[in-house]
Design a protein around this ligand. Structure first.
Ligand SMILES: Nc1ncnc2c1ncn2[C@@H]1O[C@H](COP(=O)(O)OP(=O)(O)O)[C@@H](O)[C@H]1O
Ligand SMILES: [Mg+2]
Length: 257
């Protein structure tokens, strides 16, 4: 089953074609990685998928429904949640509250009802709290639940961002360079977490520079260069593709870690 389908998606900035007629499908499970040199159009592609930018051309379907050009909050409400290349947490909230806030998108009451607290909202609140603890456990942050989010070391802030995104129960999770700034140990842990997310029925689409993470985590890899899709396939195929190697010449090396 196809969760996300891109058909000739294009985005121009003046004369520059940042994303150039890109098409691919992703299924309802598994991990797909989008890779490519700096400036290849990866972040722009994510912004198009998540509704932050409108495509100049082409169409985007989520579960077979056309979501081209709809607002980011409507895309999110349909089950597509993204994290950002730079961490964007709620600064003055605890770790636990950050995860709880991530769920309000999908609750009947939203953040305001949580303040007014009719009976059903209180019951929801109990579920939200339990679910938040589960997610903190899942990413290994439950010991830090009551710390300020910003007091966490960077690597843990990234994991918190993943937990907060999962709180919204996405069908499809978009991760923009989740391993940026992580050390080798943290990257390995993140890889395990991403695999488990995919195994529990959330499709994952990630942009990543860290080739170790991509090669160890992705089921399929899409390669962009100058806005165009130049390759798509299994990690081990893409790794040997001459066009991909040429695109990366002088850039990062593609290798197993
Ligand atoms: N808002 C924008 N206005 C103009 N040019 C942009 C904008 N966003 C991205 N670009 C350009 O589009 C190209 C792709 O950028 P980006 O999607 O950030 O690449 P990547 O994430 O692969 O490094 C780059 O040449 C970049 O300078
Ligand atoms: Mg980018």
């Amino acid at each position: 089953m196809t969760t996300l389908s891109l058909k000739n998606v294009t985005r121009r900035f003046g004369g520059l074609v940042a994303v150039d007629s890109v098409s691919f499908d992703i299924g309802s499970t598994g991990v797909t990685a989008v890779i490519g040199p700096n400036g290849a159009g990866k972040t722009t592609l994510f912004s198009l998928i998540s509704g932050a930018l409108a495509p100049s051309d082409g169409q985007i379907f989520l579960d077979g429904r056309d979501i081209t050009g709809i607002r980011p909050e409507d895309v999110a409400a349909r089950g597509l949640i993204r994290t950002f290349q730079l961490v964007q947490l709620f600064q003055n909230m605890s770790v636990l509250d950050n995860v709880k806030a991530g769920q309000h998108l999908h609750t009947r009451g939203g953040i305001f009802a949580a303040l007014a607290r009719p009976g059903w909202a209180r019951r929801e609140e109990t579920q939200i709290e339990a679910r938040a603890w589960e997610l903190l456990e899942f990413v290994g942050l439950s010991d830090h639940a009551h710390a300020f989010a910003t007091a966490l070391p960077y690597g843990q802030q990234r994991l918190l961002e993943v937990a907060r995104a999962l709180a919204a129960k996405p069908k499809l999770l978009l991760l923009d360079e989740p391993a940026a700034g992580l050390n080798a140990d943290e990257t390995k842990r993140l890889s395990g977490i991403i695999r488990r997310i995919a195994e529990t029925g959330t499709a994952v689409l990630l942009i990543e520079h860290d080739m170790t993470l991509v090669m160890n985590t992705a089921d399929e890899v899409v390669v962009l260069d100058f806005g165009k899709k130049i390759a798509q396939g299994l990690p081990e195929e893409v790794q040997k593709n001459p066009d991909v190697l040429a695109a990366y010449l002088g850039g990062v090396e593609i290798g197993h870690g």
